[in-house]
Design a protein around this ligand. Structure first.
Ligand code: FMN
Length: 201
C-alpha cells in the first residue's frame, strides 16, 4: 500500500510503513537529544482530554542502561526470590540490547473528572506518536513490557511518583538493514459504516 501513495503525502506513507524493530536489530547510534526532543514534541500532540499532560518519558542510554538492568534484576528478585542466577543475568542484560531505552510513564490524576482510562489512553497515544516520530527520523523502536513496570520499587528507582504508572520500555536505535516490515491485513475488515434502521423517529 505505501508504494502506491502519492509522493506529496510522506507523513501518511511513513504511518503506513511503520513497523517495530526487534531490540536486537536496534544499533548505534541511538536517538540524540534533538531526535528525542522531536519525538517528545510529537507525543505532546496526542489528544489530551482536560489538558492534563500525562506524558512522562525517562531516557536511559550509555552506562545508565546497566544501572537499569540492575533495577530490573532487583525487581525480579523481589517478585520471584527463587530466580536462578542465569535468569537474573538475563534480566540484567535486557537494556543492553539497544542503544537507548525510553521509559514511558503516565502521571495520573485519579481524583480528576476525566476517567483514568482516558488519561492512560492519552499517554499511550503519546507513546505511539513518539514511536512514529522516531520512525520518521529514520530511527527504529519497539514497545516492550514486563512485570517490572508494575513494581513500585522499580518505579521509584527510576524517579517516578507513586501516582505515576509505567506504560512500557521503548527500545530505540538505528534499524539494522535486515529489520522486518511484516505485511498487514487490509483495512476493510476493521471498519464499517452504521446506518439507523428505518430512519430516526
Ligand atoms: C503496551 C504494549 C506492550 C508490549 N509488550 C511487548 C512485550 O513485552 N514483548 C513483545 O515481544 N512485544 C510486545 N509488544 C508488541 C510489540 O511492541 C510490537 O507491536 C510487536 O512486536 C509487533 O510489531 P509491530 O508493531 O510491527 O506490529 C507490546 C505492545 C504494546 C502496545
Amino acid at each position: 500500500m505505501p508504494d502506491t501513495l502519492p509522493a506529496h503525502r510522506p507523513a501518511l506513507a511513513a504511518l503506513l510503513a511503520r513497523a517495530s524493530v526487534p531490540a536486537r536489530l536496534l544499533l548505534d547510534p541511538g536517538p540524540d537529544d534533538a531526535a528525542i526532543d522531536l519525538a517528545v514534541a510529537a507525543a505532546l500532540r496526542a489528544p489530551d482530554h482536560g489538558g492534563l499532560r500525562p506524558w512522562r518519558f525517562v531516557v536511559i542510554r550509555g552506562a545508565a542502561r546497566a544501572a537499569l538492568g540492575e533495577v530490573l534484576a532487583q525487581s525480579l528478585s523481589r517478585r520471584a526470590p527463587d530466580s536462578s542466577p542465569d535468569r537474573l543475568a538475563m534480566e540484567r542484560a535486557k537494556p543492553l540490547r539497544a542503544p537507548v531505552v525510553i521509559v514511558a510513564g503516565a502521571a495520573l490524576r485519579p481524583e480528576h473528572p476525566v476517567p483514568v482510562w482516558e488519561q492512560e489512553a492519552c499517554a499511550a497515544a503519546g507513546v505511539m506518536n513518539l514511536m512514529n516520530a522516531l520512525d520518521a527520523q529514520g530511527l527504529g523502536a519497539i514497545w516492550l513490557s514486563s512485570a517490572a513496570l508494575r513494581d513500585d520499587g522499580a518505579k521509584a528507582a527510576l524517579g517516578f511518583a507513586a501516582t505515576d504508572v509505567l506504560l512500557g520500555w521503548i527500545y530505540a536505535g538505528t534499524p539494522a538493514a535486515e529489520r522486518p516490515r511484516p505485511a498487514r491485513p487490509g483495512p476493510e475488515a476493521f471498519w464499517r459504516e452504521w446506518h439507523a434502521r428505518g430512519g430516526l423517529a
